[in-house]
Design a protein. Structure first.
Length: 334
C-alpha cells in the first residue's frame, strides 16, 4: 500500500523538477536571444552570415525585431506599473497625513473641553487663538468649581503638617497671546491640585486685575507672583537669562512660553509625555522656582522612575519618566 504511494510521489516530484528545469532553460534561452537581439549589430551579423540561406536570414531578422518590440513593451509596462505605485503611495501618504492632522485637531478640541484643568488648546489659525478659540464656556471654571478646588487645596495643605503659605497670584499676557482667562483657569486648577504644591503647604489665590479705575496698579502690588503667558519672541524682554525656547522665572514673574504651552518639547513628548501633562509640569516647575526650588536639585532615585518636577524635563528626562507633580522629596518651601 505504502510503496505505490511513494512511487507516485517520486514520479510527481521528478516530473515537477523536469518541468521547472524546462522552464528555466527556456528562460535562459529567451534571455540569451533577447540579449543577442538587443545588440546594436545583431541585424548586421545575421545579414553577413553566409552559412545560412536567405529565407533563414529573413526569419532571424524578424525574430530580432520581434524580440526588440517585446523588450520595449515589457519595459514600458514595468515603467507604467512603477509610476502607478509611486503615485498611489504618494496619494495614500498625503491622505494619511490629512487624516492624522484632522484627528489631532479633533482630539485637541475634545481634550480641552473635557479637561478638568480647562487648559486652552492650540489651533492652527494663529497663536493668539490658542488661549481663546478652543476655550468654550465649558473650559471656564464656575465659581462653585473654583470654591471646591480651593477647599480641597486647603484641606491638602492642612493635612500636609507643613507650614501653610497662601500665595496670591496675578495673571497677564505679553505679545500676541489673546485672552488669558482660560490660562488663568488652568493655572488655578494646577496650582491648587491636591497632587501639587498644596502637599507642601501652599495654596494659591487669584487676584484679578480690574480693567478700570486705579485698582490695576493696586492689584499687581497685591500679587506674590504674576503668571505671564508670553509670546516666545518676548521672552528675552524679561531677562537675558530667559530663552525663546523655554519658559522662565524672573523674581516674582513666572513666564510661560506660549510655544511650549501649545506644543511642549520633543524630548518630553518622545519620552511619552503629552501636551496636557506638560502644561502642568511647566506651571509646577516655574512656580516651584518661586517657592525656592532650583533646577535639577535631584534626579529620579531609580532609572525609569518619575522625574522630579524641578528637573529640567523640557530639555532631558535623563533616564527618568515624565512627571508633572512634585515628588515627596520636593515638598518644601523656603
Ligand atoms: Zn527651571
Amino acid at each position: 500500500m505504502m510503496r505505490p504511494f511513494l512511487e507516485e510521489c517520486r514520479r510527481v516530484t521528478r516530473s515537477c523538477i523536469a518541468a521547472i528545469s524546462k522552464v528555466v532553460k527556456r528562460c535562459i534561452i529567451s534571455c540569451k536571444a533577447m540579449i543577442y537581439a538587443l545588440h546594436p549589430k545583431a541585424r548586421e551579423r545575421v545579414t553577413q552570415d553566409k552559412s545560412v540561406d536567405s529565407a533563414t536570414r529573413v526569419s532571424r531578422i524578424r525574430k530580432i525585431y520581434r524580440a526588440r518590440k517585446t523588450f520595449v513593451v515589457v519595459v514600458s509596462a514595468l515603467l507604467c506599473v512603477l509610476i502607478l505605485i509611486v503615485a498611489v503611495s504618494a496619494f495614500t501618504g498625503i491622505s494619511n497625513r490629512h487624516r492624522a492632522a484632522s484627528t489631532r485637531a479633533q482630539s485637541a478640541v475634545s481634550t480641552s473641553a473635557a479637561s478638568q484643568s480647562s487648559t486652552p488648546t492650540q489651533t492652527e489659525e494663529s497663536s493668539a487663538s490658542a488661549t481663546q478659540s478652543s476655550s468654550g464656556s465649558s473650559s471656564v471654571l464656575t465659581q462653585q468649581q473654583r470654591d471646591n478646588i480651593a477647599a480641597q487645596a486647603l484641606k491638602t495643605a492642612q493635612a500636609s503638617g507643613k507650614t501653610l503659605h497662601q500665595y496670591r497670584y496675578c495673571v497677564s499676557g505679553k505679545g500676541n497671546v489673546g485672552d488669558t482667562q482660560v490660562f488663568e483657569n488652568a493655572v488655578f486648577s494646577i496650582l491648587n491640585s491636591t497632587q501639587g504644591w498644596p502637599r507642601a503647604g501652599a495654596t494659591f489665590e487669584y487676584i484679578a486685575h480690574e480693567s478700570s479705575s486705579s485698582s490695576s496698579a493696586d492689584s499687581s502690588t497685591q500679587c506674590d507672583m504674576t503668571l505671564i503667558m508670553a509670546e516666545a519672541s518676548t521672552m528675552k524682554s524679561f531677562s537675558d537669562g530667559c530663552s525663546e525656547d523655554y519658559s522662565c522665572r524672573v523674581n516674582d514673574e513666572v513666564i510661560i512660553n506660549l510655544d511650549r504651552w501649545n506644543s511642549a518639547t520633543s524630548d518630553w513628548l518622545n519620552a511619552g509625555g503629552t501636551v496636557e501633562r506638560y502644561r502642568k509640569l511647566v506651571i509646577n516647575h516655574e512656580v516651584g522656582h518661586r517657592l525656592g526650588h532650583l533646577d535639577n536639585e535631584a534626579t529620579c532615585s531609580v532609572s525609569g522612575g518619575p522625574a522630579p518636577v524641578m528637573q529640567q524635563q523640557s530639555i532631558s528626562l535623563r533616564g527618568c519618566s515624565p512627571n508633572e507633580w512634585p515628588l515627596d522629596s520636593e515638598l518644601w518651601i523656603s
